[in-house]
Structure formats: C-alpha cells, structure tokens
Design a binder for this molecule. Structure first.
Ligand SMILES: Nc1nc2c(ncn2[C@@H]2O[C@H](COP(=O)(O)OP(=O)(O)OP(=O)(O)O)[C@@H](O)[C@H]2O)c(=O)[nH]1
Ligand SMILES: [Mg+2]
Length: 659
C-alpha cells in the first residue's frame, strides 16, 4: 500500500507529540498548502546545505594531515578552550553551530552554579569560614598579597530574605546535581554503563574508571587541602567554600570537568535521542525539547523569577560586594541574562557558547584546514590546535609534558591521545595564555599563590625550555576586558603586586607593564635569543577582536608568527586603546578607504572587524604603511568598508612599515 506523506504524518503523530505539532492545519486551503510546502522546501534546502558543509569539512579533515601543530598552554581558566572555540568558529563554523545545542546543558549548569555560589556566600556558615580564613590568608601573603578580606565581609549587610531565597531556589540545587550527572554520563555507545554517581568519584580526583575497557568521563573533585595538586574550584576571586546548609562540605561546589577523549557533546545533548538539531534554529522546524517534561529547562524556567529577585536584591549585591565575590568576572556568568537563558525555547548564541565554562581534562585537539590568506606557511594547509588539560595529573603536567615534550605515562589515556601527543613532538608554535585580570586572585588549590604569579612561573618554565627553543611563541595576555573593568572599578594593581609601585593604575599603563614583564622574562631565560616573541592583548571571548588576531596567527610568514614584538604591541594598542595614538575624527569613511587605496599595492593586509567604539585614530600614512581598520560595524572586506554609511567613524592604525 502506498501512503501519502500526510498519512505518514498522521501515523507518526499518534506516537510522537512533536510530530503532532508539525502536522498541517486541518482545513488547509490549496494555496496555503503550496505556501507551506514551499516554506518547508526552503527550510530543507538550508538544512541540507548545513549537512553538506559538515560533510565536506569531514572529508577535508580525513584527506589532510596535520601539518602545523599549535600547542595551547596556560593555567586553568586562562582561555585555552575558548581560543579553540574561536578557531573553530572562524574555520569550521558549521561544526561549531552544529554543537551549539549541546552547550545548553553546560550553560544551565554554569547559571545554576552562580546562583548556588550566591546562596552559599550569604549563608551564616560562610561568615564563620571568613573568620577562619582571614588569618591563614594574611599569613600567606608573601610578595604578592592574596585576596585580603575586608572586615565588612565578616559582619556586614544582612539579607533578610535569605531563607526565602534558599527555599524558592531549592529545586536548582537538585538540578545542579542532575545536570552534573547528565554531563558526565557515559557515551551512548555504552548503553549498559550506568551514569556514575558523584560518590563514585569522591576520591578519584580526575582518575579514570574503565567501562568495557574504555575510559569514561569523571567529575573531578579537588580536595580542599591547600597543598593538594587538585583543581581550582572557583574561577574568580576566591569564594566561600561550599557548604551545605548544615555546614558539612558539599560536592556541589566542585567544578565539573569532563575528559575530552570521550564524545562528550553526545553526552551533553539533553534528552538523548530527543536532542534537537540546530537546524531547527535556521529553518523554523519545531523539534522542541521544551515538550519534554523532564527537560531541565522547566525547573530553570520555574525558578527564573526567584533567581531574578535574588540577583536584583540590593542587600544581596551589597553583601557580595562586601565579600568581594565578583561573580561578573566568573567563568560562565549568565546572571544578567536570566530571562533569555531560562526561556523554554532558548538556543545558545555563539557568544553564549564562548562564555560557557567546562574544564578540560586530558588533551583536546581540533584540526582546521586553513584556506584563506596568502602566506606560504598556512595557506591550504592543515593546522592542528592542541590544548593540554592542566590539572588532571599531580605536579603541573604542563611543565612536565612540555619539558619532556612527551607525557608522563599515566597521562596517556588511550591510543588517540597518544597519537595527539606524538604530534606535539613536532609542535611548530605555542600560544600561551596568561589571564592578566587575575592579579588579585589566588589559586583555589593553594590560597597562598597569586594566579598571576603562577602564570609568570609557568611562562618562565615554557620559555626557558631547551627542547622548545626553536618553537615560535605567541603570548596572549588574556582577559583584558576584565582587566579594564577591574581597573575602572578602582582595584589597584600595586595592592597585589608591590613591584608595580606608584605607576598609574590605568589600563594602558598596567597592560604595558605586563607586556614588559612577560617580555623581560622571555628575554632573560630563553635559550634562543633570536626567537621572536609575539604578544597580543586579548579578550578571547570577544569574537570580533579575536578574529583579527587569529587571522594574524594564520597568515603571517613564519609558523605562528604574528609579527615582531613591537608590532604586536601596536596590535594590542589598537584593540584596547593607547595614549600614544593620534586622534583625529574623520568625517567621511571613503576618505580613509581612498587614502588606503592609493597605497593598496603596498598594503600587506587590510583587516576590518567589529569594534564597539565610535571614535577613530589616524596615524600618518606613508607609501610603505601597513594598515588595519577597525570598524564600528561588522565588515569583512574593504568592499564592505566602502559601503558603510559615510558618518561611521573608524579606527585606523599603522601597525608596521614594510621593509
Ligand atoms: N571575560 C572574559 N572571559 C574569558 C576570556 N577568556 C576566557 N574567558 C572565560 O573564562 C572561562 C575559562 O576559559 P577556558 O577557555 O575554559 O579556560 P581553559 O584555559 O581552557 O581552562 P582549563 O580547561 O581548566 O585548563 C570560560 O568561561 C571563558 O568563557 C576573556 O578574555 N574574557
Ligand atoms: Mg579548557
């Protein structure tokens, strides 16, 4: 018997509530039907296009072999995974978009964790902890003082509604546990393996349990021992230790980390087989997880008003301020966007995915076929970016791995990782990330160590390494956006780093100081005095800024090259402002394009990208000037530049002179 698609639709709808939603309206006229079918065909075309792009990328990936290996290094939360995501967004956008839905669970968990951190910080038990901790911290302040705690943190603003908030938000505490289990559930390929409970991991601290001979992801639960080598718990300024209301320590404060050698995205797709393709976002297809009563979105959605009330409560904010718990700086901060994130049909945006925090354990690698650009090194070649998880084995594995350029045996978890690590033997370039906003933060695993000082030590270890003497190094002084906010909020660098002295506490001076400091360390310890160091001031969560830098990494003449040190500084100045720039408003954008145009033959690269500031700087142009344009609106080419309205102001900066 031949059935029409309508029949199939009706049959499917009996068992599938989603299909019912997709059924054509009962009294559809022939014209409406035609329109609907045309709409559906269009949607299918878009969807097929995406599938084809993904397929092509896969084929490309299989055909090519990695020819350029870039290693991402830096302390935990320095931004390595985020940089990887930016590369992915730039070079394999379809794959990036295809994974957006899977990040929903991580974003939910990040949001729920922020709420719980507030509740924990407001709890009466937290005040008792502050009493205990302060003595330890004061004693521990050596060269760089750790995060001092003001007396107001101990007895300060009371939050009259605390109990009410705790009660209204109780479902979120359970949701946190559920999401953690979901995220750390084993692959679908292992249907017989039950999700591991947190108790199973209590003492594993990143070790792996085997199921059917294969590794399964674990929740890493660091110990609170200050000398332990375990993971940092808190991403930002130290927060109160996590306690349950009765004061016993809780697993819930621990950061979730999933080993990357498993197909974690599959595990992340909420609802298993009911997980939805991002196609639906483009085509308007309705495949709603919101129809599933078990989906976490319902608990979140129901708690959204309570979350909003908590976050908007002036007493709460005052108390957090007193405790110096700056959640805005935290990894995975979504509290300012509660209604959007908790909406039933929420689909993460690119920016949401970039902000999402999931700790990396093990080795993660992404390969890109870089076909744009004119340089002879990267053009048409396959580039592999490798991130080394920092804390999965005791004893700072980065330094161990890098100094041996080979892992310790226990850090190799399978053939795939072994393969990746073998690739490291032929590493061409290192991107080292140092989050310079962290100057007032301490490592969670050791409250005596300032995070920035830890980065400097790591930097020294990497740059002094003899085996890496001929590897180009690109330094990302990262989280500049947070640095700027912090300095604007009046946090003083010299309170935490005495060597800064009485220099001005503004962004330009501070960033210059850090550039010089990292540069000087490299200069003094590098075994290869000829090696060029490329330094960028970055905010890798910001796509428009990072794209420009990534384009530089991918298109310069030497592997990993961005340009000589002095040149890179100017790139940073461009992105974040420099006193030395001449400022001159420009009335007509075409003038800029024209004046560039006359030198076009000599212009090596003309880059344009989104930039949020309505101002411009124009340095004198000469016949041998390389130009960079940073626009107030998105634009990807000079052609687009000339199409912008005449009154749009741009920033133009000379970044180097051609030899
Ligand atoms: N505001 C801001 N946030 C950033 C920046 N770079 C990274 N982040 C955020 O910081 C958090 C940590 O970044 P990751 O990329 O996960 O850090 P990582 O170095 O991979 O950390 P591990 O996997 O633990 O080694 C994420 O939530 C990022 O979104 C930045 O420049 N600015
Ligand atoms: Mg990571």
């Amino acid at each position: 018997m031949v059935r029409s698609s309508k029949d199939f639709g009706r049959l499917r709808s009996d068992s599938d509530p989603l299909a019912r939603v997709l059924l054509p309206p009962p009294n559809e006229s022939p014209e409406e039907r035609e329109l609907r079918i045309a709409r559906e065909n269009d949607a299918k075309k878009i969807s097929d296009g995406i599938d084809e792009m993904i397929r092509q990328e896969r084929i490309e990936r299989k055909k090519s072999r990695a020819e350029v290996n870039v290693l991402l290094l830096g302390q935990s939360e320095s931004g390595k995974s985020t940089t990887l995501k930016q590369f992915q967004l730039l070079h394999t956008p379809s794959a990036f978009h295809a994974e957006r839905i899977a990040w929903r669970a991580v974003i939910y968990l990040n949001l729920v964790r922020s709420v719980r951190r507030i509740l924990d910080a407001l709890s009466p038990e937290a005040d008792a902890d502050d009493h205990e901790d302060e003595t330890a911290e004061d004693a521990a302040s050596v060269i760089i003082s750790s995060n001092g705690r003001p007396p107001s943190a101990i007895s300060g603003t009371k939050v009259p509604n605390y109990d009410m908030y705790r009660q209204r938000l109780e479902p979120l505490i359970q949701l946190e546990e559920r999401l953690t289990r979901l995220l750390t559930a084993p692959d679908e390929d292992e249907p017989t393996h039950l999700p591991l409970s947190w108790q199973d991991h209590g003492s594993t601290n990143g070790s792996f349990t085997k199921s059917n001979g294969r590794p399964t992801p674990t929740i890493t639960i660091p110990q609170n021992n200050s000398h332990s080598q375990s993971l940092p718990v808190s991403p930002t300024t130290r927060s109160s230790p996590t306690r349950t209301p009765n004061g016993t320590s809780s697993w819930k404060g621990r950061e979730v980390a999933v080993h990357t050698s498993t197909n974690w995205r599959k595990a992340f797709a909420l609802g298993g087989n009911r997980s939805k393709s991002p196609k639906s976002a483009h085509s308007g297809e309705i495949e709603g997880w919101w129809e599933d009563p078990d989906d976490p979105v319902h608990a979140l959605n129901a708690c959204a008003p309570a979350m909003q009330d908590l976050w908007k409560d002036p007493c709460v904010r005052q108390r957090l301020e007193e405790k110096r718990l700056r959640l805005e700086e935290s990894a995975g901060f979504y509290l300012n966007e509660i209604p959007r994130i908790t909406a039933k049909k929420y689909i993460p945006t690119d920016a949401d995915v970039l902000k999402a925090r999931l700790k990396t354990i093990g080795v993660i690698e992404h390969s890109f076929h870089i076909s744009s650009g004119t340089n002879r090194v990267y053009n048409g070649k396959f580039t592999m970016l490798v991130e080394l998880g920092t804390n999965d084995t005791p004893g700072r594995p980065i330094l161990k791995m890098v100094s041996a350029v080979f892992p310790s045996p226990q850090s190799v978890r399978g053939l795939r990782e072994l393969y990746v690590l073998l690739q490291l033997l032929i590493v061409n370039a290192i991107i080292f990330l140092a989050p310079i906003s962290a100057f007032d933060q301490v490592l969670t695993e050791d409250h005596r160590v300032n995070r920035l000082e830890d980065s400097l030590l790591l930097w020294k270890g990497v740059t002094s390494n003899k085996l890496l003497a001929n590897v180009n190094i690109v330094l990302f002084l990262n989280k500049c956006d947070l640095l700027q906010d912090k300095l604007d909020a009046g946090v003083r660098l010299n309170h935490h780093m005495v060597s800064y002295g009485d220099r001005p506490n503004d962004y330009d001076s501070v960033s210059k100081y850090f550039r010089n400091k990292f540069g000087a360390i490299h200069q003094s310890v590098t075994p290869n005095k000829e090696r060029e160091l490329y330094i960028h001031l970055t905010a890798v969560t910001d796509t428009s800024r990072t794209v420009t830098i990534i384009a530089d990494v991918s298109t310069s003449d030497a592997p990993g090259a961005i340009g000589p040190y002095s040149q890179a500084i100017k790139v940073g100045d461009l992105l974040f402002g420099s006193k030395s720039r001449q400022r001159k408003p420009l009335k007509n954008l075409h003038t800029v394009v024209k004046s560039c145009g006359s030198d076009m033959g000599k212009v090596v690269k003309l880059t344009a990208s989104l930039f949020g500031r309505h101002e411009m700087t124009l340095l004198p142009l000469t016949a041998s000037t390389q130009l960079r344009l940073v626009l107030t609106k998105p634009a990807r080419s000079a052609v687009e530049v000339s199409r912008l309205p005449k009154d749009v102001l741009v920033e133009v900066e000379c970044i180097a002179s051609l030899k």
